[in-house]
Every structure is written in structure tokens, then in C-alpha cells.
Design a protein around this ligand. Structure first.
Ligand code: FAD
Length: 494
């Protein structure tokens, strides 16, 4: 007999609810715990998972395998080419291992929920218990309701309810026990697992050698790294977070999103650790940096609640139905310029180049480039959403979809459609001295003063031309008017 924990986006041993429960079950029955992870290339393909992200997961699995082995817990990792065969394979392994219990944490996307439903049914047929628990969010979806008993679709009142709920139910932040060591002398079939290496990345998600080195250097994997980053951030930076978080050159944010989305860090751990260093020992009040950081972490919960309640957002539909009929343009040349960071708008280009190099982009810049794509280029925001997923190392469906919906005004609690970012003003306000631009668009290094924000419009034509920097692909004023008209027209048709 055995108990199985199925790892998904919860790649850690600490503060992992399902893993903790699986371990307790194994202990109470006096049987071994076996862990598993399925590499599913078709899921990566269907969800546009980026190659750096796949690489991050595989590197994390190495760390996890080692940590679990120290407790004599085997981690079985295999690649299943056909995604539909995943539930069947899990069952087959359970039968092989004589496992009567499977534990896992819930993922809220539609494909994943459907897959789990299938598994639950097959488990029942075979007399295997299947337990899926809430773990990815601090407060479980469907817990917070408006006075009218509905799901919130506006962040601020939702956030007040979230804070109140956590203060009234402080146990939701309690850490789960790490798994206990397995009883020694595990079976032969488990010994084989200990000796089996983590599989390589699927062919379509392979990085080049240069990329692999770069991403491993930029984003060391595993939960120990996540904890170190969290501690460093809370010790050194969180105090100034509120004042500095909007300035991309400052590097003042937690840079923990990859860990939160791969589950090398639990959102619960992050919020609890921040609360514990707050003078009030609460989520609000006290240090404004800490309270501000917690409120950003709450956005992550918010978007997951929205996803769980309105699953149609997983199906390429805008949250706001009335925005279905906007006539987007599909200008391939402009889209390519945006993707490659050569729009002639330095702040946009800097941000896109940061994404392409690091698999990461600062939050302020994510808003700027998203707004630029939808409202300056009038390109379907879903193309941007997809491009982000294909390149972000921290790609997370709910947050990414929420961010795009906010910027394109098609999402939950969005920016009103007539509020259109002026990229030049954003650049002047949030990268005043152009340090971020100069870092990522080095050919503009010779441009002095305020011209850095708009070299062709501010008298740095010669330097920009010599550097081969492109001219702006659109005139912001013109495209603004066009976008307003197109949005109005689209709304009129709904
Ligand atoms: P910090 O400022 O240190 O914030 C702490 C944590 O809070 C983050 O790690 C993240 O988990 C959460 N958080 C912060 N801001 C947001 C937000 N606006 N929405 C949801 N969660 C938030 N975040 C992702 O994790 N994955 C994505 O795929 C993603 N796509 C985005 C797309 C767009 C168009 C926009 C506007 C935002 C997107 N975000 C996404 C949110 C945000 O930009 C990143 O979470 C943040 O930049 C990560 O950096 P950090 O860890 O240093 O954040």
C-alpha cells in the first residue's frame, strides 16, 4: 500500500497543504508516501507555457527530488505526450504502487478542473480516494461574497472583505507541516524511482545552451531560493515598497512572482511572513510598505477568485461581454515591432526587451505595453496576452488575463476604456532620468536629457538615426482618437 501526492504548481515541501495531508495519511496508515509530477507537453502547448518557465519547473524538480530523497520519499517524474492520457497514467501508477489515496492541490483553470473531474470518477470506480484541496490562494474562492451574496467584481470592496476575513480567521495563514520522513526500507519499485533522472524539456520547449545558462543565473530554482529571496526582500526592501514600486529602474519589488506561480513559495507563506514583520502583526496598518505589498499579493487571490467564478474567461472571451465586438486590427508588422521592442517608443521597447531577455517585466511596464498594444496599435489584447504567456517565466493565467483585461478595459474591474495611457507621460513620470530605457535600449545611450523619452520628437534625431533606432510606429494622438471611436463603435454594436 502507499499514499500518493501529485505535484502540480505547488513545487515545494514547506507549507504545502495537500502534501502535508498526504504525509499525515501515510504516517497514520504506516505506509510510504510517493510523490509524482507529470510533464505534459500538450498542456504546455495549449497554455502557451514559455520555454523558460518549463525549464524553471524542471530545475525546481531537481531540487525537490533531492529534498524529498533526504526524507526517503521518492519523486516519480515522467513525460506523457497525450494530455488525455494523464489521468489514466496516474491511476496505472497508483495500482502499480498499491496506492489507495491520492492528494493534490486544486488548480482553478478549466482544463485542469475537467482533468480532475475525470480522475475523481475513475478513482471512485477503482476504490481509490482522491482529495483535492485549496492551497494556491490565501482565501479560497467563493468564500467572500457581496452583501447580495454575489461574487465581487470590484477589487476595493473585495480587498476589504479579504482583509476582514483573514483577521477573523487567522488560521488560514497557518503553515502546513512539511512531510515526515518515510519509513526506511521502501519497496524495490520505489528504489527505481530514486535513481531515475528528471526528464528533459519537451522538444518544442527546449532552450538553447545560452538561454539555459542565462535563465538559471537570473532565476535560480527551488523553494530554498524562494525563501532566501523573501527574507532578503522583507529585510531590505519592503519598507520602501510603497514609494518605489512603480519605478522600473529601482528594482525595488519582491521579484517573487515566478516562485508564487510555480508554487516554490506559497502565497500564504508570503503573506504570513510579511504580517509577522509588521508592527501591528496585521495585514494592514503599521508599515505602509508591508501593507502595500500584502495588498499586491491580494490581487493575485482576487484574479483567481474571478477565474474560479467566471470560467469563461479561460475561453478567450473578454470578462465584459459588451467588449466582444471591438474591431481590432491584426497588423502583423506593428505586432512584430511590439514583440521585438522596436516601436520607436523607448519605454515600450525597453520593457519588451526586458521581457524577451529576462522572462520578466516590471508591473508598471506591463501596464504600459499592454495599453500600448490594445489602445495605440489597436491590436487584439489576446495576442498580447498570449505573447506574454509564451515569454514570461512567471506566466500565470489568472494574473495575466486580469492584467490584460485591466489595460484593454475588457476585464474585471478595468481601467475605463476612455482612460488611455500616454506612453510619453508614463515614461517621464516613472523613468524620469531614463535609466531603465538606457539599460534595455543601449543604442539610445548617447541621447541626453528628456529626449530619451522621445528622441525623434525632442531633437535627438541624428543620434537616434545613427543608432538605427526606429521612428515611432504610430502617432499617439491620432491613434488615441481612432481607438476611442473603435471602442465606442464596438460598444454600440453589443
Ligand atoms: P511585487 O510587486 O513584489 O508583488 C508581490 C506579488 O504580488 C507578485 O509576485 C504577484 O504574485 C502579486 N502581484 C503583484 N501585482 C499583481 C497584479 N497586478 N496582479 C496579480 N498579482 C499581482 N503576474 C504574474 O504573476 N503572472 C503573470 O502572468 C502576470 N501577467 C501580467 C500581465 C499584465 C498585462 C499586467 C499588467 C500584470 C501582470 N502580472 C502578472 C502582475 C504583476 O505585473 C506581477 O505579478 C509583478 O510584476 C511581479 O513582480 P514582483 O514579484 O516583483 O511583484
Amino acid at each position: 500500500e502507499a499514499v500518493v501526492h501529485w505535484f502540480k504548481r505547488d513545487l515545494r515541501t514547506h507549507d504545502n497543504r495537500a502534501l502535508s495531508m498526504a504525509s499525515a495519511k501515510a504516517k497514520s496508515k504506516g505506509v510510504p508516501l510517493v510523490c509524482m509530477f507529470i510533464v505534459s507537453p500538450q498542456d504546455y502547448q495549449a497554455h502557451f507555457t514559455s520555454a523558460p518557465r518549463v525549464d524553471f519547473e524542471l530545475r525546481t524538480l531537481e531540487v525537490l527530488k533531492q529534498d524529498l530523497a533526504e526524507k526517503e520519499i521518492p519523486l516519480y517524474v515522467t513525460t506523457i505526450e497525450d494530455r488525455k492520457a494523464v489521468p489514466g497514467h496516474i491511476l496505472q501508477k497508483c495500482e502499480e504502487w498499491g496506492a489507495k489515496h491520492i492528494y493534490c492541490n486544486i488548480e482553478y483553470e478549466v482544463d485542469e478542473l475537467r482533468r480532475e473531474t475525470k480522475l475523481v470518477k475513475s478513482c471512485m470506480d477503482k476504490g481509490i480516494s482522491f482529495t483535492a484541496v485549496h492551497d494556491d490562494v490565501v482565501v479560497s474562492p467563493e468564500t467572500l461574497m457581496t452583501g447580495a451574496g454575489k461574487q465581487y467584481s470590484v477589487y476595493s470592496p473585495w480587498f476589504r472583505a479579504w482583509i476582514k476575513y483573514v483577521h477573523e480567521h487567522p488560521h488560514v495563514l497557518d503553515a502546513s507541516e512539511p512531510p515526515a520522513a518515510n519509513p526506511g526500507g521502501t519497496k524495490e519499485s520505489f528504489n527505481v524511482i530514486f535513481g531515475t533522472p528528471i526528464p528533459p524539456a519537451p522538444e518544442n520547449k527546449k532552450l538553447t545552451d545560452e538561454e539555459r545558462t542565462r535563465f538559471a543565473h537570473l532565476w535560480p530554482a527551488g523553494e530554498h531560493e524562494a525563501h532566501q529571496r523573501l527574507t532578503r526582500f522583507l529585510n531590505e526592501k519592503v519598507g520602501m515598497y510603497k514609494e518605489t514600486r512603480n519605478f522600473p529602474a529601482e528594482q525595488s519589488t519582491g521579484m517573487l512572482s515566478v516562485h508564487l506561480s510555480a508554487g516554490t513559495l506559497a502565497a500564504r507563506t508570503a503573506v504570513r511572513s510579511a504580517r509577522d514583520v509588521n508592527s501591528t502583526k496585521k495585514l494592514d496598518g503599521g508599515n505602509i510598505g508591508i501593507a502595500g505589498w500584502i495588498s499586491e499579493l491580494a490581487w493575485r487571490d482576487f484574479y483567481k477568485h474571478v477565474l474560479a467564478h467566471w470560467p469563461y474567461i479561460c475561453m478567450f472571451k473578454p470578462f465584459k461581454y459588451e467588449y466582444t465586438n471591438i474591431e481590432w486590427e491584426y497588423d502583423e508588422g506593428k505586432f512584430a515591432a511590439w514583440c521585438e521592442g522596436r516601436t520607436g517608443f523607448p519605454i515600450v521597447d525597453a520593457a519588451m526587451r526586458q521581457l524577451n531577455h529576462m522572462g520578466y517585466m516590471h508591473n508598471r511596464c506591463r501596464m504600459i505595453v499592454a495599453s500600448f498594444l490594445a489602445k495605440d496599435l489597436l491590436i487584439d489584447w489576446r495576442m498580447g496576452e498570449k505573447y506574454f504567456m509564451e515569454h514570461l517565466i512567471d506566466g500565470d493565467f489568472a494574473s495575466n488575463n486580469g492584467g490584460w483585461g485591466f489595460s484593454a478595459s475588457t476585464g474585471v474591474d478595468p481601467q475605463p476604456y476612455f482612460r488611455i495611457f500616454n506612453p510619453l507621460l508614463q515614461s517621464e513620470k516613472f523613468d524620469e532620468r531614463g535609466a531603465y530605457i538606457r539599460k534595455w535600449v543601449p543604442e539610445l545611450g548617447g541621447v541626453e536629457g528628456k529626449a530619451i523619452h522621445d528622441p525623434y520628437g525632442r531633437g535627438a534625431v541624428k543620434v537616434a538615426e545613427k543608432a538605427g533606432y526606429p521612428r515611432p510606429v504610430v502617432d499617439h494622438k491620432v491613434s488615441r482618437e481612432r481607438t476611442l471611436a473603435k471602442y465606442k463603435e464596438g460598444l454600440g454594436r453589443s
